[in-house]
Design a protein around this ligand. Structure first.
Ligand SMILES: [Zn+2]
Length: 256
C-alpha cells in the first residue's frame, strides 16, 4: 500500500513566509548545560537555552544507561554554506543534465539553503542532529537494513522492527520534550526556528540567525596536557628547558 508520507513538508516558500521575532535567548554550551549528553567530536556545541533544557528533558525520557548524542549543533552561516554548495556540486556532477532548479530542489531536501530568507535551523541555535548511544557505549541501530540517505526518511517503512523501535525511542523522547522533526531526516530536530513553525503550525519563529559566542570552542577530546607541554619544550631553547626540568631526586639509604 502506498501510504501518504507522514510528517509535515517544509518547502522554502512556506519557511520564507514565517516572520521571525527573535526572543534574544542566549546560546549555552551543551558541555556545561547538558552534562548527560554525548557531544560528537568537532561539533560546535551551542544551542539556545531553552533547547538545552529540552535536550535534558528528552534525555530523562530514555531508558537507564541510554544517552543522547549530538552530532551537529550550531553552525555558522559560512559552515552551512560550505556544506550546502559542496553537496550541490556532488549532485551536479552526478546529474549533469538536470536544470539548476531541479538540482536546487533536490539539494534543498537535505540541506537548508544559506541564501534564502529563512535562516537555516542550525544557524539559529534551535536545531540539533541527534542519535542515541546504548548502555554498551555503541550507537543504537536506527537504519538497518538501509544506509545513508536511503534511511533518512523518519517514518521509513523499510527498517527492521529493531531499528524502527530504536528510532521510535528517539522520536518519542524528542517529541515529549517539545521538539519537532524534519520528516526527511530522522536525526534532525528543532525548536523555535522557521521550520519548527511550519511543522507545528506556529505563526512566528522565535529564533533567527545567531553568531557563535566569542571565545567559542569545538567539542573534542581534551588534549592530554603532557603532549602540549612536550611540544612547547621542543621549540624552547635548551637553557629554557633546563629551568623547567624537575631536579633529579636521588634517594639515599639512610641505613645499611
Ligand atoms: Zn540537522
Amino acid at each position: 500500500m502506498k501510504s501518504q508520507k507522514l510528517g509535515t513538508p517544509e518547502p522554502f516558500a512556506a519557511l520564507n513566509r514565517i516572520p521571525i521575532h527573535d526572543n534574544k535567548e542566549p546560546l549555552v554550551d551543551l558541555r556545561v548545560a547538558c552534562p548527560k549528553l554525548i557531544i560528537g567530536k568537532g561539533v560546535l556545541p551551542y544551542v539556545r537555552q531553552r533547547v538545552a533544557e529540552m535536550l535534558n528533558l528528552a534525555s530523562a525520557q530514555l531508558p537507564p544507561g541510554h544517552r543522547i548524542k549530538v552530532h551537529s549543533g550550531l553552525r555558522t552561516l559560512k559552515a552551512q554554506s560550505d556544506l550546502y554548495w559542496r553537496h550541490f556540486k556532488e549532485l551536479e556532477n552526478k546529474h549533469p543534465d538536470w536544470p539548476r532548479s531541479a538540482l536546487r530542489r533536490a539539494n534543498n531536501k537535505y540541506f537548508a539553503a544559506p541564501d534564502v530568507k529563512a535562516p537555516p535551523g542550525h544557524c539559529t541555535g534551535g536545531a540539533v542532529d541527534v542519535t542515541i548511544v546504548g548502555p554498551d557505549g555503541k550507537t543504537l541501530d536506527m537504519t538497518s537494513p538501509t544506509k545513508g540517505w536511503e534511511a533518512a526518511y523518519t517514518y521509513s517503512t523499510n527498517l527492521t522492527p529493531h531499528a524502527f523501535a530504536n528510532r521510535r525511542m528517539l522520536i518519542e523522547s524528542m517529541f515529549d520534550a517539545g521538539f519537532s522533526n524534519c520528516r526527511d531526516e530522522w536525526w534532525h530536530y528543532s525548536y523555535g526556528d522557521s521550520a519548527w513553525a511550519v511543522r507545528t503550525g506556529e505563526k512566528i519563529a522565535c529564533y533567527g540567525l545567531i553568531e557563535p559566542p566569542e571565545n567559542h570552542s569545538y567539542a573534542g577530546p581534551a588534549r592530554p596536557a603532557a603532549r602540549i607541554v612536550k611540544r612547547r619544550y621542543r621549540t624552547a631553547s635548551s637553557s629554557a628547558l633546563a629551568a623547567h626540568r624537575r631536579p633529579r631526586v636521588v634517594r639515599r639509604r639512610t641505613s645499611g
